[in-house]
Design a binder for this molecule. Structure first.
Ligand SMILES: C[S@@+](CC[C@H](N)C(=O)[O-])C[C@H]1O[C@@H](n2cnc3c(N)ncnc32)[C@H](O)[C@@H]1O
Length: 238
């Protein structure tokens, strides 16, 4: 597919901030035909160093809360200032997705790229920890790294070149995610499908010179990419 919005961010400085397969391209595909109006209050959940949050604020006009556990909100604030975004447009927040520090029904929508697999694998998570913060009728857009078919009973050796079985336990197929989110009573599934973006988002990541990208190259150079995909999950709070 074409990525007219993400391509504007393809500078070495901005690409140095990605933490995995190009999250902007994933976000662009995820939000194609999205139902979130400009001006909506949106949580970028697991926002990392804030590149996806900048994208949401600049390209879609959302008022963004960049909520993340591992990154430093002061560093993210500096980055948002450098990108010309004010406190009204984007707010960095140190937050655990399992214990969000917001008022109930605060968000019109939640967008979550390459992080839901860390905290959303418990079937109770949506009803207990996330949906209370979303307004009725609000949307949750999720893109998770996945497997085309769950292979946890016989992990291919290519995948074990970069990751341990414990790390791979965060990665599952669409049927797994469907089983998890179907148990949620407070939201309906609008879409749950394999994404188109895979090769191009991996290619952008593998070009980066950091220890994680270098580690991931071992699997991808051995052809392990054929087992992997990204999965899109769109939910609407009832
Ligand atoms: C691979 S990074 C992706 C960051 C960003 N979404 C992107 O695509 O560039 C995964 C992020 O998930 C966040 N994360 C993991 N567990 C979390 C939790 N319990 N609550 C909030 N964020 C969490 C980490 O802080 C990390 O920044």
């Amino acid at each position: 597919m074409k990525y007219p919005l993400s391509e504007k961010y393809a500078t070495p400085e901005l690409m140095a901030k990605i933490m995995g397969p190009n999250p902007l391209k994933l976000e662009e595909e995820l939000l194609q035909d999205n139902n979130i109006p400009a001006g909506a209050v949106v949580c970028d959940l697991g926002s990392g160093q804030g590149l996806t949050s900048v994208f949401l604020a600049k390209e879609y006009g959302f008022r963004v809360y960049a909520a993340d556990l591992w990154s430093d909100p002061d560093e993210n604030r500096k980055f948002f200032d450098e990108m010309g975004l004010s406190e009204r447009q984007i707010v960095p927040v140190k937050a655990d997705a399992a214990d969000l520090p917001f008022e109930k029904e605060f968000f019109d929508a939640v967008v979550c790229v390459d992080s839901y697999n860390y905290f959303g694998r418990d079937a109770d998570y949506l009803d207990m920890k996330l949906l209370p913060f979303v307004k009725q009728g609000g949307y949750i857009y999720i893109s998770v790294p996945g497997m085309k078919k769950d292979l946890h009973n016989a992990l291919p050796p290519e995948l074990l070149l970069s990751w341990t079985p414990e790390q791979l336990d965060y990665i599952h197929d669409a049927a797994y995610w469907e089983r998890i989110v179907k148990q949620c009573v407070g939201a309906e599934i609008v879409d749950l499908s394999e994404m188109e973006s895979n090769e191009e988002v991996w290619a952008d990541w593998l070009k980066q010179e950091n220890e994680y990208a270098r580690g991931d190259r071992k699997t991808m150079e051995a052809g392990g990419g054929k087992y992997l995909n990204f999965i899109k999950i769109v939910l609407k709070k009832m």
